[in-house]
Design a protein around this ligand. Structure first.
Ligand SMILES: CC(C)(COP(=O)(O)OP(=O)(O)OC[C@H]1O[C@@H](n2cnc3c(N)ncnc32)[C@H](O)[C@@H]1OP(=O)(O)O)[C@@H](O)C(=O)NCCC(=O)NCCS
Length: 173
């Protein structure tokens, strides 16, 4: 299977924050942002493997600043690492203030998608070859995020990841 580069999976979406997407303070609801990120990330994952993909895990999302009614939210997504049947997609979110047009980084996030066949069985995906320094950094750190995600979802035990074991079981003598 031919390997691919992150830029081949690149996906971008821009959204205007409307009144029915905000809370009582006029800030974008976190769940709506997660939904937009999920769709943009799914497009990137699909571009990488050309298969039906499903969200397996939302691994890291932080809401560092409030996004206001009338702002434009831009979400950029690229596959950061492919494993066997799963892919990590890394997202960068920027916000453009509706009134001033100032653009600021809002947050980033990583999602995991699994490619599946016609009966919902996980199926192999192409490997990813990172090109830029940032892509290489995200590729390297994706392994730790995967171990943590699998640990938190109960798919692997703390004993199988010595680097993370102490976090969950206390320091071993
Ligand atoms: C995701 C899904 C296909 C995994 O199926 P499964 O039978 O558990 O398959 P496996 O345990 O073999 O895992 C398949 C891959 O997913 C990865 N994976 C599964 N859960 C994961 C998690 N929480 N975090 C990171 N990776 C995960 C596994 O590591 C494996 O990756 P690899 O093949 O690259 O090594 C299955 O659980 C599913 O269909 N879930 C529902 C998906 C969905 O509907 N999403 C929308 C939610 S509303």
């Amino acid at each position: 299977m031919k390997s691919r580069t992150p830029k081949e999976s690149y996906a971008i979406s821009t959204h205007l924050v409307l009144p029915n997407e905000t809370n009582l303070l006029g800030n974008l609801m976190g769940g709506r942002l997660l939904y937009w990120m999920d769709i943009t990330a799914a497009i990137a994952a699909h571009r990488h493997c050309q298969r039906v993909v499903v969200t397996a895990s939302v691994n890291h999302v932080s809401f560092e600043r409030a996004i206001k009614l009338g702002d434009y939210v831009t979400i950029e997504a690229k596959v950061s690492r492919a494993f066997n049947t799963s892919m990590e997609v890394f997202l960068d979110v920027t916000v453009e203030a509706g009134l001033t047009a100032d653009k600021v980084k809002s947050n980033d996030a990583s999602y995991v998608f699994v490619a599946i066949d016609q009966v919902g069985r996980p199926i192999e995906v192409p490997q990813l070859v990172p090109e830029t320094d940032l892509e290489k950094e995200r590729y390297d750190t994706a392994l730790k995020r995967r171990q943590l995600s699998l640990l938190l979802s109960g798919k692997i035990s703390p004993e199988s990841v010595p680097e993370l074991r102490d976090l969950f079981m206390g320091k071993q003598k």
